[in-house]
Design a protein around this ligand. Structure first.
Ligand SMILES: O=c1ccn([C@@H]2O[C@H](COP(=O)(O)O)[C@@H](O)[C@H]2O)c(=O)[nH]1
Length: 236
């Protein structure tokens, strides 16, 4: 699917960052048809949430398995094979060459799309230097995007701040998925590289991941609807 073919409503991905499957299912019911795409990450996956991938996919929702794999190649490849059987649309791995190569091998012809996490949106240049990297964020994101493209990765996770530069590198062959989204005035929390939904779409992001501004809202459905409206407006 080319970016232009993605329906505006399917561009919002809501992470089910909740403590139990019951809480996640209650949130999905509350959001109703406002949200078509969900993400399952560490909190819910480690609380028995992996079968929910299959259940949500069976009910017509798309599901992003945000498991951020990083291990020796054989383990990543075999783990990816297992995730492919769950029915997820996307799976994340960290953007290390061995890891990306193994995930591409593991997904085989399953249809599972592999996204490489370039640099976490909670990191800035100082955080990278503290972790021992000699590159700043933009250099490292761009270098990893080039490696991901060569290795046959399907998409990239980055902050919306890097989307313009990434499009120039990868064109429209790869999906650009951006967490670090905050509606104007929303608390940033631990995110350091952020943008509003409208600006992220205008910058060229294909998918926006928006968690706490929806999950912690007094009315999550109204919060999701407002973000959907901002996305639609930015798409024109
Ligand atoms: O670089 C990354 C990669 C993944 N995430 C995930 O996205 C959501 C963001 O949640 P918010 O509540 O909107 O901050 C969360 O599940 C992260 O694990 C990311 O934020 N940055």
């Amino acid at each position: 699917m080319t970016p232009a073919e993605i329906a505006p409503k399917d561009r919002l991905i809501v992470p089910l960052d909740l403590p139990s499957v019951d809480a996640a299912e209650a949130m999905v019911a509350r959001l109703g048809d406002s949200v078509t795409f969900y993400k399952i990450g560490y909190q819910l996956a480690y609380a028995g949430g992996l079968p929910l991938i299959t259940k949500l996919a069976g009910s017509g929702k798309k599901v992003f398995a945000d498991l951020k794999m990083h291990d020796i190649g054989n383990t990543v490849a075999r783990g990816t094979e297992s995730v492919a059987r769950l029915g997820a649309t996307f799976l994340t791995v960290h953007a290390y060459p061995q890891t990306m190569k193994a995930a591409v091998e593991g997904r085989g012809t399953s249809g599972l799309k592999i996204l490489a996490v370039t640099v976490l949106t909670s990191y800035n240049d100082d955080d990278l230097h503290a972790a021992g990297y000699r590159f700043g964020v933009s250099e490292l994101v761009e270098a990893r995007a080039q490696q991901a493209q060569v290795l046959g990765i399907d998409g990239l996770v980055s902050s919306p701040e890097e989307v313009g530069a990434l499009r120039k590198i990868v064109g429209h062959q790869m999906s650009l998925v951006t967490p670090g989204i905050r509606p104007a005035g929303a608390p940033t929390g631990d995110q350091k590289r952020i943008m509003t939904p409208g600006r992220a779409i205008a910058a060229g992001a294909d998918y926006l991941v928006v968690g706490r501004p929806i999950l912690e809202a007094a009315d999550p459905r109204a919060a999701a609807d407002a973000i959907q409206a901002e996305i639609a407006q930015a798409l024109g």
